[in-house]
Design a protein. Structure first.
Length: 373
């Protein structure tokens, strides 16, 4: 229950403040007011009174008013220890909604960390950050931001790659659960220092060149951090068997989105996707859905011919036969209006305009939403 404190300027009934020579007041009936009583208390008295409380009650007071915890922390060594204990309580509490890692920053050896934190969690995170000696060594910027219909704060810091203690500092402060991790460019050897013991439901990774080594690291990351949803952006894919990788990912994930960017070595008219030219994607996609995967989105606006109308027709026939509730969407070079209905599924083609300006024709999207009866 939230403690209720009477304010110091609250007044007693009017008669209690009448002077002795007034018609309704005498020296004998004058009573001390609440204001006159509390005004005699010093800040030291208040701190002493607070310190006399059981430790669990002090923690409850901090929990009711975390915005003033930073000021309370400066009152005494004992209160400081209580605030620090409160800050590290609940390691499984999700403080960070999204963590974005980008770098090295151009012409420097720095990594940029951006933490998107709901405002109601921001003070708790700051309590964790300020208790560490590294707090004075990093320049942490806090900015207000609006994300969708939720009120968030943005914490941002640039860290020198050689300053390994800073990554451990943030690892200890952000808690064990993170909503989403976005890795734009990142030095792989730093990953364990920042994410040791962490779980995050959604991982978003971008690779200009996606190699077998990067694929192996990605698989290990998904296993080690209980990732269920992956957004993977790739350009050039360099490996002997790319199809094996997407099937491995389908074993590990429930949701997968693959975004294919440009590959300057491949003609835009080629049926190219994820390192494969003229791939049998209807068969591969159906095979992906026989595994753990139940949500798949493919966006390939650079090479729209990878999935022809004939391929879309094959998918319309194959997906309902899996007997599984699933969701599938893909860009393709087919025609609008392709639709197939059944009592327990719907497959249809929709127009979706490409973000690539050099393509004047709209890109169609093949969608399937299948509910098992």
């Amino acid at each position: 229950m939230k403690p209720r404190f009477q304010k110091g300027n609250q007044r007693s009934p009017k008669s209690a403040h009448l002077p002795p020579d007034s018609p309704n007041g005498t020296a004998e009936n004058k009573q001390p007011t609440l204001h006159s009583t509390t005004s005699t208390l010093t800040s030291s008295d208040l701190v002493s009174s607070l310190e006399s409380l059981p430790r669990h009650l002090i923690l409850q007071i901090i929990d009711e008013d975390p915005e003033n915890a930073l000021a309370m922390r400066a009152t005494s060594r004992f209160i400081k220890s209580c605030v620090d204990e409160y800050a590290m309580m609940g390691p499984s509490l999700q403080l960070v909604e999204e963590l974005i890692i980008s770098g090295p920053i151009k012409d420097s050896q720095k990594i940029c960390l951006s933490l998107i934190v709901p405002r109601h969690n921001s003070f708790h995170l700051e309590l964790r950050l300020i208790r560490h000696p590294c707090y004075k060594k990093v320049r942490l910027m806090r900015k207000f931001m609006w994300n969708g219909n939720r009120d968030n704060n943005l914490f941002q810091v640039n860290i020198q790659i050689g300053f390994e203690g800073a990554f451990e500092y943030f690892s200890q402060s952000i808690g064990n659960n993170i909503g989403k991790v976005v890795i734009e460019r990142f030095e792989g050897q730093l990953f364990p220092k920042l994410f040791n013991g962490k779980e995050f439901h959604h991982l978003d990774v971008s690779h200009t060149i996606f190699t077998q080594t990067e694929a192996d690291k990605l698989n290990n990351t998904i296993r080690d951090h209980s990732v269920e949803q992956l957004t993977l952006t790739v350009g050039k894919v360099v490996m002997s068997d790319p199809v094996r990788i997407v099937l491995q990912l389908s074993n590990l994930l429930s949701s997968l989105r693959i975004y294919q960017t440009d590959n300057v070595e491949i003609n835009s008219d080629s049926a190219y996707f994820f390192g494969v030219v003229e791939g049998d994607w209807p068969r591969i996609i159906a095979d992906m859905f026989t595994r753990k995967l139940d949500k798949l989105c493919i966006e390939n606006y650079w090479f729209p011919e990878y999935l022809s109308t004939m391929c879309a027709d094959k998918l319309k026939e194959a997906l309902p036969l899996l007997g599984k509730q699933l969701w599938f969407a893909a860009s393709y070079g087919g025609y609008e209006g392709a639709k197939r209905k059944h009592k327990d599924y719907l497959v249809e083609g929709k127009v979706r305009f490409s973000k690539r300006q050099s393509i004047s024709a709209p890109i169609r999207e093949c969608q399937a939403q299948i509910k098992k009866t």
